[in-house]
Design a protein around this ligand. Structure first.
Ligand SMILES: CC(C)(COP(=O)(O)OP(=O)(O)OC[C@H]1O[C@@H](n2cnc3c(N)ncnc32)[C@H](O)[C@@H]1OP(=O)(O)O)[C@@H](O)C(=O)NCCC(=O)NCCS
Length: 144
C-alpha cells in the first residue's frame, strides 16, 4: 500500500493551534502545552496528527489522547504515533473511546481493568454525560 508522506517529531508551542483544532473537532479538551506531545507532520511541516503521553503515579505511560486530522485518517498516522510511543516506553495504557477500540485492537492492544488506569485519567470518564454513548474501554499493550 502507498503511504502518505509524514514524519514524527516533538510537538512545539506553535503547533498548538492545529492540535487543539483537531482535539476540539473530537470534543476533547485543549492541550495545555506541547509537553510530552509528538506530532506527525506532512512534507510542509504542518501537523496532521498528534499523541500526548501522561504518566500515572506508577510511571506507566498513558496515551491521552491520539488524534489524526480527519482528512489524514486511514494512512497509518495513528499507528505510527502509537508504535513509536510503544517503542519509547515499552508499555502503553489508555481509555479507548468505543469508536476507537477497533483501531487499538488492530495495534494489538488488549482489554484492561479500570484499576489499571492512572486515576486522573480514569476519572475523566466519571459522570461524563457521553459515557453510555461512548462505551469507553481500558486497554493496554506491553512489548515482550
Ligand atoms: C483512532 C484514530 C487516531 C486512528 O487514526 P488513523 O491515522 O486513521 O489510524 P491508522 O490509519 O494508523 O490505522 C491503523 C490501523 O487501525 C485500523 N483502524 C483505524 N480505525 C479503525 C476503525 N474505526 N475500525 C477498524 N479499524 C480501524 C486501520 O485499518 C489500520 O489497520 P492496519 O494498519 O492493520 O491496516 C483516528 O480515527 C482519530 O483521530 N479518531 C478520533 C480521535 C479518537 O477517537 N482517538 C482515540 C481515543 S484517545
Amino acid at each position: 500500500m502507498t503511504r502518505a508522506p509524514f514524519t514524527i517529531r516533538n510537538g512545539r508551542e506553535d503547533d498548538l493551534p492545529y492540535l487543539n483544532a483537531y482535539a476540539f473537532a473530537e470534543g476533547m479538551d485543549s492541550l495545555p502545552s506541547a509537553e510530552a506531545v509528538r506530532v506527525a507532520v506532512n512534507d510542509e511541516d504542518v501537523p496532521v496528527g498528534f499523541l500526548r503521553i501522561r504518566r500515572g503515579d506508577d510511571g506507566v505511560a498513558h496515551v491521552n489522547p491520539v488524534v489524526t486530522c480527519a482528512t489524514w485518517r486511514g494512512w497509518g498516522v495513528g499507528r505510527a504515533l502509537v508504535e513509536e510511543a510503544l517503542e519509547r516506553f515499552g508499555e502503553l495504557r489508555l481509555v479507548a473511546r468505543g469508536e476507537s477500540i477497533p483501531f487499538y485492537r488492530a495495534l494489538g492492544f488488549q482489554e484492561l481493568g479500570w484499576d489499571d488506569i492512572a486515576s486522573p485519567i480514569a476519572s475523566e470518564c466519571d459522570g461524563c454525560e457521553m459515557y453510555g454513548e461512548c462505551q469507553p474501554l481500558p486497554m493496554g499493550r506491553r512489548l515482550p
